[in-house]
Design a binder for this molecule. Structure first.
Ligand SMILES: Cc1cc2nc3c(=O)[nH]c(=O)nc-3n(C[C@H](O)[C@H](O)[C@H](O)COP(=O)(O)O)c2cc1C
Length: 178
């Protein structure tokens, strides 16, 4: 069996508004190591939920790719890129599309992970696949996070955090990262 070392250098990039996906990213990093990077926009989204929902819908409609503030130095050094994001409007959030548009994933191993309000990944993993045509895409991970619409924000604490950690470990074993 392949050892961790042979996987090469790991990057974990995530988008997170209410920190649920961030928590999953941190669990992954604790288990497998690698560099952790939060995606930030030049012009942050509005705080207000209805406003961000409307803005994301518009961006999806027009195909607008919001410019990123985050820059990743020496992106070429990475062999494996974990990509974490919430489901937004049952799709891949526009900032993650900006990231995949800007950085070339060819010949890398790409592994998506997701949190959502209980409606699943929608088309997000499929879009990752489409935007990384020359990458090896491994089986992704998804779990229920917050429900911002109902005022439920960060949920990855206490028993829930323990449960999600177990789910993440099981998945990392399945894809042979543990
Ligand atoms: C703009 C927006 C759109 C969302 N759309 C969906 C959706 O279509 N389906 C779903 O299950 N959850 C949806 N959610 C809920 C988030 O996916 C969920 O709360 C997730 O855990 C948030 O992750 P975060 O804490 O890392 O930001 C949406 C949240 C926001 C802010």
């Amino acid at each position: 069996q392949e050892t961790k070392k042979e996987k090469g250098k790991l990057l974990i990039v995530y988008l997170s508004r209410t920190n649920n996906t961030k928590q999953v990213a941190e669990i992954i990093q604790k288990e497998v190591g690698g560099d952790l990077v939060a995606l930030e926009l030049k012009d942050p989204y509005p705080e207000n939920y209805d406003s961000i929902v409307a803005q994301v819908a518009e961006e999806n409609e027009s195909g607008y790719l919001p410019p990123l503030k985050t820059r990743i130095d020496n992106f070429n050094q990475y062999d494996v890129v974990f990509l974490g994001f919430p489901t937004w409007g049952m799709r891949l959030p526009p900032p993650m599309k900006s990231f995949l548009n800007k950085y070339n994933m060819s010949d890398k191993t790409v592994i998506p992970f997701n949190t959502n309000a209980g409606y699943g990944i929608g088309s997000s993993f499929k879009t990752v696949k489409e935007m990384c045509p020359n990458a090896t895409i491994l089986e992704g991970f998804s779990t229920k996070g917050g429900i911002e619409r109902d005022g439920i924000y960060f949920v990855m604490e206490g028993d829930k955090k323990i449960k999600v950690k177990e789910e993440v470990v099981t998945w990392l074993r399945q894809i042979k990262f543990l």
